[in-house]
Ligand binder design. Sequence first.
Ligand SMILES: Cc1cc2nc3c(=O)[nH]c(=O)nc-3n(C[C@H](O)[C@H](O)[C@H](O)COP(=O)(O)OP(=O)(O)OC[C@H]3O[C@@H](n4cnc5c(N)ncnc54)[C@H](O)[C@@H]3O)c2cc1C
Length: 471
Amino acid sequence: MNTPIPYLQRLNNGRTVWLDGEIVNDLEKHKAFKGTVQTIQHLLNLQTVEPTKSILTYETEKGANAHLSFLVPTSINDLKRKSLAYKCWVDETFGVMSRLSEYSRSQLVGWYASRQQLDVLTPGIATKLEKLYEAARDLDLLSTVAAHDPQKNRSKSAEEIEHGKLRVVTKNEEGIFVSGAKTIATAAPYVDELLITSYHKRGLDEAPMANIFYVPTSAQGLHMVCRESFASTDTSNHPLSSRFDEMDAVLIFDNVLIPWERVLVAEDPELAWKLRIETASSLLSQHQTVVRLISKLESVVAIGNELAETAGATEFLHVKEKLSELIIQLETIKGLLNAAEYEAVEHNGIYLPKQRFLTTARNLGTRYYPRALEILQQIGASGLLQVPSTIQEFDGPIGDKLQAYYGGTHTSAFARTKFIKLAWDLIGSQLGARHELYERFYSGDPVRTFAAQYQNYSEKDRLLKLVEEFN
Ligand SMILES: Cc1cc2nc3c(=O)[nH]c(=O)nc-3n(C[C@H](O)[C@H](O)[C@H](O)COP(=O)(O)OP(=O)(O)OC[C@H]3O[C@@H](n4cnc5c(N)ncnc54)[C@H](O)[C@@H]3O)c2cc1C
Protein backbone atom coordinates (compact mmCIF):
# COMPACT_ATOMS: atom_id res chain seq x y z
CA MET A 1 0.00 0.00 0.00
CA ASN A 2 1.43 3.39 -1.02
CA THR A 3 0.85 6.00 1.68
CA PRO A 4 1.91 9.56 0.89
CA ILE A 5 4.53 11.10 3.17
CA PRO A 6 4.08 14.85 3.90
CA TYR A 7 6.02 17.04 1.46
CA LEU A 8 8.22 18.80 3.99
CA GLN A 9 9.25 15.48 5.45
CA ARG A 10 10.18 14.20 1.99
CA LEU A 11 12.27 17.29 1.32
CA ASN A 12 14.77 16.35 3.99
CA ASN A 13 15.64 12.96 2.59
CA GLY A 14 19.36 13.49 2.16
CA ARG A 15 19.35 14.98 -1.34
CA THR A 16 22.57 16.76 -2.27
CA VAL A 17 21.73 20.30 -3.34
CA TRP A 18 24.69 22.60 -3.93
CA LEU A 19 24.36 26.38 -3.71
CA ASP A 20 27.12 28.94 -3.18
CA GLY A 21 29.66 26.17 -2.68
CA GLU A 22 27.77 24.46 0.13
CA ILE A 23 25.31 21.63 0.52
CA VAL A 24 21.91 22.98 1.51
CA ASN A 25 20.69 20.81 4.33
CA ASP A 26 17.33 22.34 5.03
CA LEU A 27 15.57 23.72 1.98
CA GLU A 28 12.52 24.68 3.99
CA LYS A 29 14.56 27.16 6.03
CA HIS A 30 17.15 28.31 3.48
CA LYS A 31 16.50 31.82 2.13
CA ALA A 32 17.04 30.75 -1.48
CA PHE A 33 14.41 28.02 -1.32
CA LYS A 34 11.94 28.65 1.47
CA GLY A 35 9.57 30.93 -0.47
CA THR A 36 9.18 28.38 -3.25
CA VAL A 37 8.87 25.50 -0.78
CA GLN A 38 5.99 27.38 0.84
CA THR A 39 4.39 27.89 -2.56
CA ILE A 40 4.65 24.20 -3.39
CA GLN A 41 3.20 23.28 0.00
CA HIS A 42 0.35 25.71 -0.66
CA LEU A 43 -0.34 24.11 -4.05
CA LEU A 44 -0.37 20.66 -2.49
CA ASN A 45 -2.76 21.86 0.20
CA LEU A 46 -5.18 23.00 -2.49
CA GLN A 47 -5.63 19.33 -3.38
CA THR A 48 -7.21 18.68 -0.02
CA VAL A 49 -9.73 21.51 0.32
CA GLU A 50 -12.76 22.55 -1.72
CA PRO A 51 -13.39 24.14 -4.12
CA THR A 52 -9.90 23.42 -5.49
CA LYS A 53 -9.89 19.73 -4.51
CA SER A 54 -12.54 18.98 -7.15
CA ILE A 55 -10.64 20.96 -9.78
CA LEU A 56 -7.27 19.38 -9.04
CA THR A 57 -7.98 15.76 -8.23
CA TYR A 58 -9.88 12.67 -9.34
CA GLU A 59 -10.70 9.38 -7.67
CA THR A 60 -8.44 6.50 -8.64
CA GLU A 61 -9.55 2.87 -8.98
CA LYS A 62 -8.20 2.40 -5.44
CA GLY A 63 -10.65 4.99 -4.11
CA ALA A 64 -7.93 7.54 -3.31
CA ASN A 65 -7.63 11.06 -4.67
CA ALA A 66 -4.82 11.79 -7.10
CA HIS A 67 -3.77 14.90 -8.99
CA LEU A 68 -5.41 15.09 -12.41
CA SER A 69 -2.03 15.14 -14.13
CA PHE A 70 -2.08 11.38 -13.48
CA LEU A 71 -5.42 10.80 -15.15
CA VAL A 72 -5.25 8.73 -18.33
CA PRO A 73 -7.61 10.72 -20.58
CA THR A 74 -10.29 8.59 -22.19
CA SER A 75 -12.44 11.47 -23.42
CA ILE A 76 -12.21 15.08 -24.51
CA ASN A 77 -13.79 15.96 -21.19
CA ASP A 78 -10.86 14.30 -19.39
CA LEU A 79 -8.46 16.50 -21.34
CA LYS A 80 -10.44 19.56 -20.36
CA ARG A 81 -10.39 18.49 -16.71
CA LYS A 82 -6.63 18.09 -16.90
CA SER A 83 -6.34 21.56 -18.45
CA LEU A 84 -8.35 23.11 -15.63
CA ALA A 85 -6.17 21.42 -13.03
CA TYR A 86 -2.96 22.66 -14.67
CA LYS A 87 -4.44 26.14 -14.94
CA CYS A 88 -5.55 26.15 -11.32
CA TRP A 89 -2.03 25.53 -10.03
CA VAL A 90 -0.14 27.80 -12.41
CA ASP A 91 -2.60 30.66 -11.88
CA GLU A 92 -1.67 30.54 -8.20
CA THR A 93 1.86 31.46 -9.29
CA PHE A 94 0.80 34.30 -11.62
CA GLY A 95 1.76 32.07 -14.53
CA VAL A 96 5.37 32.02 -13.38
CA MET A 97 6.08 28.46 -12.23
CA SER A 98 6.34 26.13 -15.17
CA ARG A 99 7.61 22.83 -13.84
CA LEU A 100 5.05 21.98 -11.21
CA SER A 101 5.56 18.29 -11.97
CA GLU A 102 2.62 17.98 -14.34
CA TYR A 103 4.99 18.10 -17.31
CA SER A 104 7.11 15.12 -16.27
CA ARG A 105 4.11 13.30 -14.83
CA SER A 106 2.40 13.61 -18.20
CA GLN A 107 5.33 11.90 -19.89
CA LEU A 108 4.95 9.00 -17.49
CA VAL A 109 1.18 8.90 -18.01
CA GLY A 110 1.71 8.73 -21.78
CA TRP A 111 4.15 5.81 -21.52
CA TYR A 112 1.95 4.11 -18.95
CA ALA A 113 -1.08 4.43 -21.23
CA SER A 114 0.95 2.95 -24.10
CA ARG A 115 2.67 0.29 -22.01
CA GLN A 116 1.27 -2.70 -23.87
CA GLN A 117 2.54 -1.34 -27.20
CA LEU A 118 5.90 -0.48 -25.64
CA ASP A 119 6.14 -3.95 -24.12
CA VAL A 120 6.24 -5.37 -27.62
CA LEU A 121 9.35 -3.29 -28.30
CA THR A 122 10.99 -4.07 -24.99
CA PRO A 123 9.42 -6.85 -22.94
CA GLY A 124 9.10 -6.07 -19.24
CA ILE A 125 8.68 -2.33 -19.63
CA ALA A 126 4.91 -2.52 -19.01
CA THR A 127 5.39 -3.89 -15.50
CA LYS A 128 8.03 -1.28 -14.71
CA LEU A 129 5.79 1.51 -15.96
CA GLU A 130 2.85 0.24 -13.92
CA LYS A 131 4.92 0.29 -10.74
CA LEU A 132 6.49 3.69 -11.44
CA TYR A 133 3.15 5.21 -12.39
CA GLU A 134 1.25 3.84 -9.40
CA ALA A 135 3.95 4.88 -6.95
CA ALA A 136 4.17 8.40 -8.39
CA ARG A 137 0.40 8.79 -8.44
CA ASP A 138 -0.42 7.23 -5.07
CA LEU A 139 2.47 8.89 -3.23
CA ASP A 140 1.79 12.19 -5.02
CA LEU A 141 5.46 12.37 -5.99
CA LEU A 142 6.85 15.54 -7.49
CA SER A 143 9.20 15.19 -10.41
CA THR A 144 11.04 16.98 -13.16
CA VAL A 145 12.89 15.94 -16.29
CA ALA A 146 16.43 16.44 -17.56
CA ALA A 147 17.17 15.46 -21.12
CA HIS A 148 20.21 17.34 -22.38
CA ASP A 149 23.94 16.79 -22.45
CA PRO A 150 25.94 19.61 -20.92
CA GLN A 151 26.87 22.39 -23.32
CA LYS A 152 30.53 21.66 -23.88
CA ASN A 153 31.16 21.35 -27.56
CA ARG A 154 28.12 21.09 -29.81
CA SER A 155 30.32 20.68 -32.91
CA LYS A 156 32.13 17.57 -31.80
CA SER A 157 31.46 14.57 -33.99
CA ALA A 158 29.28 11.84 -32.57
CA GLU A 159 32.13 9.34 -32.84
CA GLU A 160 34.01 11.08 -30.07
CA ILE A 161 32.51 9.90 -26.83
CA GLU A 162 32.59 12.81 -24.47
CA HIS A 163 33.04 11.87 -20.88
CA GLY A 164 31.04 14.84 -19.59
CA LYS A 165 27.88 13.26 -20.95
CA LEU A 166 25.82 11.06 -18.69
CA ARG A 167 26.54 7.45 -19.58
CA VAL A 168 26.47 3.91 -18.29
CA VAL A 169 29.85 3.03 -16.81
CA THR A 170 29.05 -0.44 -15.60
CA LYS A 171 26.11 -2.69 -14.76
CA ASN A 172 25.35 -5.75 -12.67
CA GLU A 173 22.32 -7.75 -11.53
CA GLU A 174 21.15 -4.79 -9.40
CA GLY A 175 21.11 -2.19 -12.15
CA ILE A 176 23.19 0.26 -14.15
CA PHE A 177 25.80 2.62 -12.72
CA VAL A 178 25.87 6.03 -14.39
CA SER A 179 28.34 8.91 -14.35
CA GLY A 180 28.40 12.28 -16.10
CA ALA A 181 26.06 15.27 -16.28
CA LYS A 182 22.61 16.26 -17.51
CA THR A 183 21.35 19.78 -17.95
CA ILE A 184 19.19 21.75 -17.16
CA ALA A 185 16.77 20.39 -14.57
CA THR A 186 14.33 23.09 -13.58
CA ALA A 187 12.87 22.58 -10.09
CA ALA A 188 15.20 19.66 -9.32
CA PRO A 189 15.95 20.60 -5.69
CA TYR A 190 12.25 20.64 -4.83
CA VAL A 191 11.14 17.33 -6.29
CA ASP A 192 11.17 13.68 -5.27
CA GLU A 193 12.40 12.10 -8.44
CA LEU A 194 13.99 12.92 -11.75
CA LEU A 195 13.17 11.53 -15.14
CA ILE A 196 16.40 11.30 -17.09
CA THR A 197 15.94 11.01 -20.83
CA SER A 198 17.91 11.41 -24.00
CA TYR A 199 16.68 14.33 -26.10
CA HIS A 200 18.49 13.99 -29.41
CA LYS A 201 18.61 10.96 -31.64
CA ARG A 202 21.82 9.09 -30.97
CA GLY A 203 23.84 6.72 -33.12
CA LEU A 204 25.15 3.34 -32.00
CA ASP A 205 28.47 4.99 -31.13
CA GLU A 206 26.63 6.88 -28.39
CA ALA A 207 24.89 3.82 -26.96
CA PRO A 208 26.27 4.33 -23.40
CA MET A 209 24.42 7.67 -23.31
CA ALA A 210 21.13 6.38 -24.71
CA ASN A 211 19.31 5.79 -21.42
CA ILE A 212 15.98 6.61 -19.86
CA PHE A 213 15.42 6.10 -16.16
CA TYR A 214 13.90 7.47 -12.98
CA VAL A 215 16.17 8.39 -10.12
CA PRO A 216 15.20 9.68 -6.67
CA THR A 217 16.72 13.09 -5.91
CA SER A 218 18.17 11.50 -2.78
CA ALA A 219 20.22 8.94 -4.74
CA GLN A 220 23.74 8.51 -3.45
CA GLY A 221 26.29 10.13 -5.76
CA LEU A 222 23.79 12.52 -7.36
CA HIS A 223 24.73 16.19 -7.04
CA MET A 224 22.25 18.93 -7.95
CA VAL A 225 24.33 22.02 -8.67
CA CYS A 226 22.14 25.11 -8.59
CA ARG A 227 22.63 28.31 -10.50
CA GLU A 228 22.75 31.55 -8.51
CA SER A 229 19.53 32.03 -6.59
CA PHE A 230 17.13 34.66 -7.91
CA ALA A 231 14.94 34.31 -4.86
CA SER A 232 14.26 37.20 -2.55
CA THR A 233 12.98 37.03 1.00
CA ASP A 234 11.14 40.31 0.57
CA THR A 235 7.60 39.56 -0.58
CA SER A 236 6.45 43.20 -0.60
CA ASN A 237 9.19 44.39 -2.96
CA HIS A 238 9.71 41.22 -5.00
CA PRO A 239 6.31 39.53 -5.06
CA LEU A 240 7.32 36.94 -7.68
CA SER A 241 11.00 36.30 -6.94
CA SER A 242 10.20 35.77 -3.28
CA ARG A 243 7.79 32.93 -3.98
CA PHE A 244 8.31 31.45 -7.42
CA ASP A 245 11.99 30.92 -8.16
CA GLU A 246 11.85 27.36 -9.46
CA MET A 247 15.65 27.09 -9.57
CA ASP A 248 17.58 25.37 -12.37
CA ALA A 249 20.26 22.82 -11.65
CA VAL A 250 22.87 20.80 -13.46
CA LEU A 251 22.75 17.18 -12.40
CA ILE A 252 26.09 15.52 -11.83
CA PHE A 253 26.07 11.76 -11.39
CA ASP A 254 29.01 10.14 -9.70
CA ASN A 255 28.66 6.40 -10.22
CA VAL A 256 24.99 6.39 -9.26
CA LEU A 257 23.21 3.05 -9.10
CA ILE A 258 19.91 2.97 -10.96
CA PRO A 259 18.08 -0.26 -10.06
CA TRP A 260 16.73 -2.19 -13.06
CA GLU A 261 13.11 -1.60 -12.04
CA ARG A 262 13.73 2.14 -12.60
CA VAL A 263 15.52 1.71 -15.92
CA LEU A 264 13.27 1.97 -18.97
CA VAL A 265 16.05 2.08 -21.55
CA ALA A 266 19.72 1.21 -21.15
CA GLU A 267 22.33 1.76 -23.85
CA ASP A 268 19.82 1.49 -26.67
CA PRO A 269 19.74 4.50 -29.04
CA GLU A 270 16.84 3.22 -31.11
CA LEU A 271 14.61 2.48 -28.14
CA ALA A 272 15.57 5.73 -26.40
CA TRP A 273 14.48 7.63 -29.49
CA LYS A 274 11.22 5.66 -29.78
CA LEU A 275 10.29 6.52 -26.20
CA ARG A 276 11.40 10.10 -26.62
CA ILE A 277 9.01 10.63 -29.56
CA GLU A 278 6.27 8.33 -28.27
CA THR A 279 3.00 10.00 -29.22
CA ALA A 280 1.02 9.89 -25.96
CA SER A 281 3.94 10.94 -23.80
CA SER A 282 4.88 13.87 -26.07
CA LEU A 283 1.37 15.17 -26.56
CA LEU A 284 0.24 14.93 -22.96
CA SER A 285 3.31 16.82 -21.76
CA GLN A 286 3.02 19.44 -24.51
CA HIS A 287 -0.61 19.91 -23.50
CA GLN A 288 0.49 21.04 -20.04
CA THR A 289 3.05 23.48 -21.45
CA VAL A 290 0.43 25.22 -23.58
CA VAL A 291 -1.98 25.58 -20.65
CA ARG A 292 0.67 27.14 -18.45
CA LEU A 293 1.73 29.47 -21.29
CA ILE A 294 -1.83 30.80 -21.37
CA SER A 295 -1.65 31.60 -17.68
CA LYS A 296 1.60 33.50 -18.21
CA LEU A 297 0.25 35.44 -21.18
CA GLU A 298 -2.83 36.38 -19.15
CA SER A 299 -0.52 37.90 -16.54
CA VAL A 300 1.32 39.75 -19.30
CA VAL A 301 -1.92 41.18 -20.71
CA ALA A 302 -2.98 42.26 -17.23
CA ILE A 303 0.35 43.96 -16.57
CA GLY A 304 0.41 45.62 -19.99
CA ASN A 305 -3.06 47.06 -19.50
CA GLU A 306 -2.33 48.34 -16.03
CA LEU A 307 0.99 49.88 -17.13
CA ALA A 308 -0.87 51.79 -19.83
CA GLU A 309 -3.78 52.72 -17.56
CA THR A 310 -1.65 53.94 -14.73
CA ALA A 311 0.40 56.14 -17.07
CA GLY A 312 -2.67 57.48 -18.86
CA ALA A 313 -1.36 56.04 -22.11
CA THR A 314 -4.32 53.95 -23.23
CA GLU A 315 -5.56 56.56 -25.69
CA PHE A 316 -2.39 56.59 -27.78
CA LEU A 317 -2.95 54.66 -30.96
CA HIS A 318 0.34 52.76 -30.91
CA VAL A 319 -0.20 51.78 -27.27
CA LYS A 320 -3.60 50.35 -28.18
CA GLU A 321 -1.95 48.52 -31.05
CA LYS A 322 0.65 47.03 -28.71
CA LEU A 323 -1.92 46.05 -26.10
CA SER A 324 -3.88 44.44 -28.86
CA GLU A 325 -0.81 42.48 -29.93
CA LEU A 326 -0.61 41.06 -26.40
CA ILE A 327 -4.28 40.14 -26.56
CA ILE A 328 -3.80 38.51 -29.96
CA GLN A 329 -0.96 36.42 -28.53
CA LEU A 330 -3.17 35.27 -25.68
CA GLU A 331 -6.23 34.56 -27.79
CA THR A 332 -4.18 32.72 -30.41
CA ILE A 333 -2.74 30.33 -27.85
CA LYS A 334 -6.14 29.88 -26.19
CA GLY A 335 -7.68 29.15 -29.58
CA LEU A 336 -4.96 26.62 -30.38
CA LEU A 337 -5.46 24.89 -27.03
CA ASN A 338 -9.21 24.70 -27.58
CA ALA A 339 -8.69 23.35 -31.08
CA ALA A 340 -6.18 20.77 -29.84
CA GLU A 341 -8.62 19.54 -27.20
CA TYR A 342 -11.72 19.74 -29.37
CA GLU A 343 -10.04 17.84 -32.20
CA ALA A 344 -8.48 15.34 -29.82
CA VAL A 345 -7.61 12.06 -31.47
CA GLU A 346 -8.20 8.60 -30.06
CA HIS A 347 -4.94 6.71 -29.84
CA ASN A 348 -4.65 3.22 -28.33
CA GLY A 349 -7.84 3.82 -26.34
CA ILE A 350 -6.92 7.22 -24.92
CA TYR A 351 -7.60 10.76 -26.07
CA LEU A 352 -4.72 12.95 -27.12
CA PRO A 353 -4.83 16.63 -28.03
CA LYS A 354 -4.23 17.31 -31.71
CA GLN A 355 -0.52 17.58 -32.31
CA ARG A 356 -0.60 20.20 -35.05
CA PHE A 357 -2.20 22.82 -32.81
CA LEU A 358 -0.07 22.07 -29.77
CA THR A 359 3.14 22.27 -31.76
CA THR A 360 2.07 25.54 -33.33
CA ALA A 361 1.28 26.98 -29.90
CA ARG A 362 4.54 25.78 -28.42
CA ASN A 363 6.61 27.19 -31.26
CA LEU A 364 4.75 30.50 -31.24
CA GLY A 365 5.37 30.78 -27.50
CA THR A 366 9.14 30.92 -28.06
CA ARG A 367 8.63 34.11 -30.09
CA TYR A 368 5.61 35.52 -28.31
CA TYR A 369 7.09 35.82 -24.87
CA PRO A 370 10.26 37.77 -25.72
CA ARG A 371 8.10 40.06 -27.86
CA ALA A 372 5.61 40.44 -25.00
CA LEU A 373 8.39 41.58 -22.67
CA GLU A 374 9.56 44.04 -25.31
CA ILE A 375 6.04 45.48 -25.52
CA LEU A 376 5.78 45.76 -21.74
CA GLN A 377 9.04 47.74 -21.72
CA GLN A 378 7.83 49.97 -24.53
CA ILE A 379 4.62 50.74 -22.68
CA GLY A 380 6.11 51.00 -19.21
CA ALA A 381 9.19 53.00 -20.25
CA SER A 382 10.87 54.79 -17.33
CA GLY A 383 7.73 54.30 -15.28
CA LEU A 384 9.13 50.85 -14.56
CA LEU A 385 11.87 52.54 -12.53
CA GLN A 386 9.82 55.38 -11.08
CA VAL A 387 9.63 53.66 -7.72
CA PRO A 388 11.48 54.04 -4.44
CA SER A 389 13.96 51.28 -3.69
CA THR A 390 11.55 49.74 -1.22
CA ILE A 391 7.86 50.10 -0.60
CA GLN A 392 8.65 50.68 3.08
CA GLU A 393 9.92 54.16 2.19
CA PHE A 394 6.31 55.31 2.17
CA ASP A 395 6.51 55.04 5.95
CA GLY A 396 9.85 56.86 6.11
CA PRO A 397 10.92 60.52 6.16
CA ILE A 398 10.34 60.98 2.42
CA GLY A 399 6.92 59.27 2.49
CA ASP A 400 4.81 62.41 1.94
CA LYS A 401 6.84 63.39 -1.11
CA LEU A 402 6.48 59.89 -2.56
CA GLN A 403 2.73 60.14 -2.00
CA ALA A 404 2.74 63.42 -3.91
CA TYR A 405 4.79 62.37 -6.94
CA TYR A 406 4.41 58.63 -7.45
CA GLY A 407 0.69 58.25 -8.04
CA GLY A 408 -0.88 57.00 -11.25
CA THR A 409 -3.94 58.12 -13.17
CA HIS A 410 -6.31 56.08 -11.06
CA THR A 411 -4.21 54.64 -8.25
CA SER A 412 -2.52 55.99 -5.17
CA ALA A 413 1.24 56.33 -5.10
CA PHE A 414 1.46 53.34 -2.79
CA ALA A 415 -0.76 51.12 -4.95
CA ARG A 416 1.06 52.14 -8.12
CA THR A 417 4.45 51.45 -6.57
CA LYS A 418 3.26 48.05 -5.45
CA PHE A 419 2.06 47.29 -8.95
CA ILE A 420 5.31 48.48 -10.57
CA LYS A 421 7.27 46.22 -8.23
CA LEU A 422 5.20 43.31 -9.52
CA ALA A 423 5.64 44.37 -13.15
CA TRP A 424 9.41 44.76 -12.72
CA ASP A 425 9.70 41.34 -11.15
CA LEU A 426 8.24 39.87 -14.34
CA ILE A 427 9.95 42.17 -16.83
CA GLY A 428 13.30 43.29 -15.49
CA SER A 429 14.41 41.25 -12.48
CA GLN A 430 16.85 38.34 -12.60
CA LEU A 431 13.83 36.08 -12.39
CA GLY A 432 12.25 37.93 -15.31
CA ALA A 433 15.37 37.58 -17.47
CA ARG A 434 15.50 33.88 -16.68
CA HIS A 435 11.90 33.54 -17.78
CA GLU A 436 12.62 35.08 -21.14
CA LEU A 437 15.41 32.56 -21.65
CA TYR A 438 13.10 29.81 -20.44
CA GLU A 439 10.37 30.60 -22.95
CA ARG A 440 12.87 30.73 -25.78
CA PHE A 441 14.42 27.35 -24.99
CA TYR A 442 12.50 25.22 -22.52
CA SER A 443 11.06 22.91 -25.13
CA GLY A 444 14.21 22.60 -27.19
CA ASP A 445 16.24 24.74 -29.55
CA PRO A 446 13.59 26.81 -31.38
CA VAL A 447 15.56 26.71 -34.63
CA ARG A 448 15.21 22.96 -34.65
CA THR A 449 11.66 22.78 -33.25
CA PHE A 450 10.48 25.12 -36.01
CA ALA A 451 12.34 23.07 -38.62
CA ALA A 452 10.79 19.90 -37.20
CA GLN A 453 7.31 21.38 -37.53
CA TYR A 454 7.96 22.05 -41.20
CA GLN A 455 9.45 18.59 -41.64
CA ASN A 456 6.51 16.79 -40.02
CA TYR A 457 3.66 18.94 -41.30
CA SER A 458 0.98 16.47 -42.33
CA GLU A 459 -0.86 18.91 -44.61
CA LYS A 460 2.16 19.61 -46.80
CA ASP A 461 1.30 17.17 -49.58
CA ARG A 462 -2.31 18.26 -49.76
CA LEU A 463 -1.28 21.89 -50.03
CA LEU A 464 1.34 21.18 -52.66
CA LYS A 465 -1.34 19.43 -54.72
CA LEU A 466 -3.31 22.68 -54.73
CA VAL A 467 -0.55 24.26 -56.79
CA GLU A 468 -0.46 21.27 -59.14
CA GLU A 469 -4.21 21.36 -59.62
CA PHE A 470 -4.32 25.10 -60.09
CA ASN A 471 -1.63 24.99 -62.75
C1 LIG B 1 15.69 28.39 -18.15
C2 LIG B 1 15.76 27.04 -18.79
C3 LIG B 1 15.20 25.95 -18.16
C4 LIG B 1 15.28 24.69 -18.74
N1 LIG B 1 14.73 23.61 -18.09
C5 LIG B 1 14.88 22.38 -18.61
C6 LIG B 1 14.40 21.23 -17.92
O1 LIG B 1 13.81 21.32 -16.85
N2 LIG B 1 14.63 20.02 -18.46
C7 LIG B 1 15.30 19.87 -19.64
O2 LIG B 1 15.49 18.74 -20.08
N3 LIG B 1 15.77 20.92 -20.31
C8 LIG B 1 15.58 22.17 -19.83
N4 LIG B 1 16.08 23.24 -20.51
C9 LIG B 1 17.00 22.97 -21.61
C10 LIG B 1 16.42 23.21 -22.95
O3 LIG B 1 15.66 22.17 -23.34
C11 LIG B 1 17.61 23.52 -23.86
O4 LIG B 1 18.04 24.81 -23.51
C12 LIG B 1 17.28 23.50 -25.33
O5 LIG B 1 16.98 22.20 -25.75
C13 LIG B 1 18.45 24.02 -26.16
O6 LIG B 1 19.60 23.29 -25.89
P1 LIG B 1 20.88 23.99 -25.30
O7 LIG B 1 20.48 25.00 -24.30
O8 LIG B 1 21.79 22.94 -24.87
O9 LIG B 1 21.45 24.82 -26.51
P2 LIG B 1 22.55 24.34 -27.58
O10 LIG B 1 22.12 23.05 -28.19
O11 LIG B 1 23.86 24.32 -26.88
O12 LIG B 1 22.49 25.50 -28.61
C14 LIG B 1 23.28 26.70 -28.53
C15 LIG B 1 23.20 27.41 -29.88
O13 LIG B 1 23.81 26.59 -30.89
C16 LIG B 1 22.88 26.22 -31.90
N5 LIG B 1 23.06 24.79 -32.18
C17 LIG B 1 23.58 23.86 -31.35
N6 LIG B 1 23.61 22.66 -31.94
C18 LIG B 1 23.07 22.81 -33.16
C19 LIG B 1 22.81 21.93 -34.25
N7 LIG B 1 23.14 20.64 -34.20
N8 LIG B 1 22.20 22.43 -35.35
C20 LIG B 1 21.86 23.73 -35.41
N9 LIG B 1 22.10 24.63 -34.41
C21 LIG B 1 22.70 24.17 -33.31
C22 LIG B 1 21.49 26.49 -31.30
O14 LIG B 1 20.55 26.86 -32.30
C23 LIG B 1 21.77 27.64 -30.34
O15 LIG B 1 21.68 28.86 -31.01
C24 LIG B 1 15.97 24.52 -19.97
C25 LIG B 1 16.52 25.63 -20.61
C26 LIG B 1 16.42 26.88 -20.04
C27 LIG B 1 17.05 28.04 -20.76
